[in-house]
Design a protein around this ligand. Structure first.
Ligand SMILES: Cc1cc2nc3c(=O)[nH]c(=O)nc-3n(C[C@H](O)[C@H](O)[C@H](O)COP(=O)(O)OP(=O)(O)OC[C@H]3O[C@@H](n4cnc5c(N)ncnc54)[C@H](O)[C@@H]3O)c2cc1C
Length: 278
């Protein structure tokens, strides 16, 4: 059998923090720019994402930064740690990339980084990837998630044309986390306040209580994996939404770092499929 060529490491984009803004008490907007973004482009998706690269503590890489070289010369545990974030906005004229980070406490890499990021700092990333954009042929759209999915939901709402029929539910901790954004479709988000309730309970309840409009729905449901699983069951089994009309996944998992979540994500998804599709 012919030997498989070694997979080339993806090329990283190097950006600088241009400015930051605390848009709500627990959401920090970081705008990235600099000459490294000259070749950056995004495509058609409203859920485009990039994978931010964080060097493990105490590790520095040779300049210029080169993923190929890092993979060849550094042991795997010293490769950069990745964190996935939605492209909230891309300005192709000023070549600025906007990312909104949930500031969820002192734990983790990306949230704490964003909370203290300063103009001039370097951030490297891979991507963009993506997979969803609201289908103009759908009769109506369901968008549901927590704060982590709010950037992608906001992009979808901004993209939907006037007259589009949409139900959008976003769970945030309290009223101070609500955001305003202009939508052509004139759609209002239904803001759900978590308060002391478990993550996602309010959004599951709201979707369950929704009087579904007739016709073909195209749905985007993302956020904490536990409630996403519950909503998937509801949408597939109780509402009969076809699998291909659902963009649905756990963006993060309560009590698990992103590495720990990604390590079990495939098995988790397989199990969800087994439970819900058979
Ligand atoms: C395609 C995709 C797009 C995403 N887009 C965004 C985005 O635009 N903005 C955004 O903020 N997040 C987004 N996320 C989610 C983000 O990648 C995760 O929340 C990630 O775990 C954050 O990394 P961290 O280093 O801050 O925390 P980690 O080191 O991964 O986790 C540390 C601890 O914090 C908890 N934690 C992680 N995220 C949250 C949270 N949101 N709320 C409360 N507790 C949390 C974990 O359960 C863990 O206990 C996206 C995820 C995916 C897959």
């Amino acid at each position: 059998m012919a030997e498989q060529p070694a997979r080339k490491a993806p090329k990283a984009t190097e950006a600088r923090v241009v400015r930051t803004e605390r848009i709500t008490p627990h959401m920090v907007r970081v705008v990235l720019g600099g000459p490294g973004l000259d070749a950056f482009e995004v495509g058609e998706y409203t859920d485009h994402y990039v994978k931010l690269l964080f060097a493990p503590e105490g590790v520095t890489y040779p300049e210029p930064f080169d993923m190929e070289r890092i993979r060849e010369e550094f042991p795997r545990e010293q490769w950069p740690t990745t964190r996935t974030y939605t492209v909230r906005a891309w300005d192709p004229v000023h070549r600025e990339l906007t990312i909104d980070f949930v500031v969820h406490g002192d734990e983790g890499l990306a949230g704490p980084w964003a909370a203290r990021a300063q103009a001039g700092e370097t951030m490297r990333f891979l991507g963009p990837g993506g997979g969803y954009t609201p289908d103009p042929a759908a009769d109506w759209h369901l968008l549901a998630g927590d704060e982590s999915a709010l950037p992608a939901i906001a992009v979808a709402l901004e993209r939907l044309p006037s007259g589009a029929r949409v139900h959008a539910f976003v769970e945030v901790s309290d009223a101070a986390e609500e955001q305003k954004f202009a939508t052509a479709a004139g759609v209002d988000v239904t803001w759900l306040h978590r308060g002391d309730r478990p993550a996602g309970e309010a959004v599951v309840e709201a979707v369950r209580a929704l009087d579904f409009p007739a016709g073909d729905v195209h749905a985007f449901v993302h956020g904490e994996a536990g409630f996403v699983k519950d909503l998937r069951r509801h949408l597939r089994m109780e509402r009969g939404v076809a699998r291909e009309r659902l963009s649905i996944s756990g963006y993060w998992r309560l009590g698990k770092t992103d590495e720990a979540w990604r390590a079990i994500k495939r098995e988790w998804n397989d199990q969800v499929e087994r439970e819900q599709e058979n």
